[in-house]
Design a binder for this molecule. Sequence first.
Ligand code: HEC
Length: 109
Amino acid sequence: MKSRTLVGTFAGLALLGTVTTANADLELAKKAGCMACHAVDKKVVGPAWKDVAAKYKGDAAAKATLIEKVKKGGKGNWTDVTGGVPMPPYSPRVADADIEKLVDYIFTL
Ligand code: HEC
């Protein structure tokens, strides 16, 4: 019983991985509450995630910086866009592995 459920879960995850990685990441972002303030391609309260990706493109250290930012929150990098509203801290509300997934996703945009 248990192993059948597991096989089913893995098959489902594999399918998600190949077909809809981006959608799954977007679902994760919605669940985590990010989309209350962010959209992929327009400013809401926080900057558009496409703009975030563009800003840090080619910056090898950026991934770690952004993971820290999502974990601990912060402000000051987008003041001209947001008027100085801070990004709230998400750790430990959102698991570290999920935060990393979200930042990876933002970099694909
Ligand atoms: C309450 C509104 C709000 C929510 C919810 C929110 N953000 Fe933000 N986010 C902001 C604001 C405002 C900024 C700009 C902060 C700044 O000026 O440095 C920001 C900035 C960012 C940045 C860029 C950081 C930088 O230093 O350039 C990333 C990446 C980000 N958010 C990811 C996320 C993720 C992932 C989530 C969900 C786990 C999330 N945000 C949820 C408001 C929010």
